[in-house]
Design a protein around this ligand. Structure first.
Ligand code: BG6
Length: 490
């Protein structure tokens, strides 16, 4: 049974809360998954009151919710909302908040989630404030702290953040969100690999030629220059989401599905990634920035012309990486990762290319060259699982063509659940399997830290690509062989 709790959202009037969290709560309400007495307390600086906040949330949900709005469900959700005005960077606010929650204890259940929907620079401050007045202590119910990426800026700052979080909170109380882990297809990777006998025997360096993980989006930085200028594609996407996808594709089967067993296996993958030294970064990583171009029929400006971007900025909006995992299963098999803003399309997929058959049996027939098999996992917008096989063309001659075998989930529909719905429910249930452990975050930074350091010294020039394209062609230099190339579609 899911226990009731008070869900405190710091930064309740900000983008994340308005666009993701509250709409996710609406859908959970609709699915009757929220505990009966759960209350949601929004904390923010604005001089709003509960009534006004509820109106704002109602408007946001009308815009963001999937399908037709159900007013009864919305009303039920709004009843749970309470606004608390205050500056969460000062300890007095937390004292008042504590007194408020205690005074109204018939409204606010004693288990508490603290969700940091705030600037990363304030994570440590708020965790400290909570701890300083004992809101971390679990005397009369549990306490959970939820933080969103970015967890630090590089290895050193990530370690410093961990020290701050751990000052008052224990690891099992901390839920670090990487929303990719809440995506249906990402969870499906484990089921696909470990609930079927067919693929695991092939899932290794003997049969797999290479693996690609792609995240592309047509969107630009959407007015977030302040955040993006100091971040860039490598930190924003690869350090977190893409490396997480890689761990699930590459990990060994855990002994069971408990959170620690699962996370132990993911950490082993990260630890086994061959370190890239600062001097060899050029052979393993490539970055670029978009210039103006067209997305569909819309002309869009280049990165340097986005509002708030410095005219000489070398922040990368595209990053590609080659990694090797030096373990028994994957030695010498390249994993190619890439991500970009203002790309030709919005899509995330994992593409696995198998090796060629050992014998060219059909050499003397009209089949000159056999295409390799691919296994394709579409993460979004369409969840899809497809295997490409060679089959004979109907007719008198021996010719082949590529046939796609689609798993039943391959619809043309977009994902039905938002990752936040799954993750918020897991926080309330106390299941941290889909959240990052401190060592996972640290090892992920270890992987990319040398690249960040090398790029930090190259401030004069950055290659470019046209908005609306698939990125710069020079990125092909990362491939180990001539017959490897980016796979852009499923
Ligand atoms: C976020 C990044 O973590 O993920 C954004 O900060 C990016 O820059 C987003 O656009 C992509 O997430 P999704 O779920 O839309 O693929």
């Amino acid at each position: 049974m899911v226990e009731s709790c008070t869900f405190v959202v710091f930064g309740a009037t900000g983008n994340l809360s308005r666009n993701k969290l509250l709409p996710a709560f609406y859908h959970l309400e609709s699915a009757q998954r929220l505990p009966d007495k759960m209350a949601i307390v929004g904390v923010a600086l604005q001089e709003w009151n509960t009534e006004y906040w509820r109106q704002q949330v109602a408007q946001d949900i009308q815009l963001k919710a999937r399908g037709d709005l159900n007013r009864e469900i919305l009303a039920r959700l709004l009843q749970r909302l309470h606004y608390f005005q205050g500056d969460f960077t000062v300890v007095e606010t937390h004292q008042h908040l504590k007194a408020y929650l205690e005074k109204e204890s018939q409204i606010f259940p004693s288990n508490i989630v603290f969700y940091m929907s705030i600037r990363p620079a304030d994570f440590g401050v708020v965790a400290n404030n909570l701890g300083a007045i004992g809101l971390n202590l679990e005397r009369d119910g549990w306490r959970r702290l939820v933080v969103e990426k970015p967890f630090g800026y590089d290895l050193v700052s990530a370690e410093m953040l961990e020290v701050q979080l751990h000052r008052y909170f224990r690891e099992r109380q901390i839920f670090r969100i990487d929303h990719y882990l809440g995506k249906e297809m990402i969870q499906n990777v484990l089921v696909f690999r470990f609930a079927n006998v067919l693929f695991e025997p092939l899932w290794n360096r003997n049969y797999i030629d290479h693996i690609q993980i792609t995240h592309a989006e047509t969107a630009g930085i959407e007015g977030r220059a302040g955040f993006y200028e100091g971040t860039g594609a490598l930190r924003d996407m690869i350090q977190s989401h893409l490396l997480q996808m890689l761990t699930l594709v590459a990990m060994e089967p855990p002994p069971n599905m408990d959170p620690e067993s699962l996370r132990d296996e993911k950490v082993k993958v990260l630890k086994s990634i061959r370190p890239i030294s600062v001097s060899t970064v050029r052979s393993y990583a490539f970055r670029a920035q978009y210039v103006s171009g067209s997305i569909g029929s819309n002309k869009v400006v280049g990165y340097l012309n986005e509002e708030g971007v410095a005219s000489n900025s070398t922040t990368e909006t595209y990053a590609a990486l080659k990694l090797y995992i030096d373990n028994w299963r994957w030695r010498h098999i390249p994993f190619y990762l890439r991500t970009g803003k203002r790309m030709a399309t919005t899509a995330s997929h994992i593409s696995i290319r198998f090796k060629e058959v050992p014998q060219q049996l059909f050499r003397r027939t009209p089949i000159h060259r056999l295409e390799p098999n691919w296994l394709l996992l579409g993460v979004q917008p369409n969840e899809c699982l497809r295997i490409e096989l060679q089959t004979k063309e109907v007719g008198l001659e021996m010719r082949t063509h590529t046939t796609g075998l689609d798993a039943a989930s391959c619809g043309q529909e977009e994902a039905k659940l938002d990752a936040y719905e799954i993750l918020l429910l897991d926080v309330i249930k106390g299941d941290n399997s889909l959240f990052l452990r401190d060592d996972e975050v640290r090892w992920a930074w270890q992987v990319i830290d040398p690249i960040l350091r090398a790029w930090a010294t190259e401030r004069e020039f950055i290659p470019s690509y046209n908005a609306g394209s698939w990125g710069p062609s020079e990125t092909g230099r990362l491939f180990d062989c001539d017959d490897q190339h980016w796979r852009n579609t499923l």
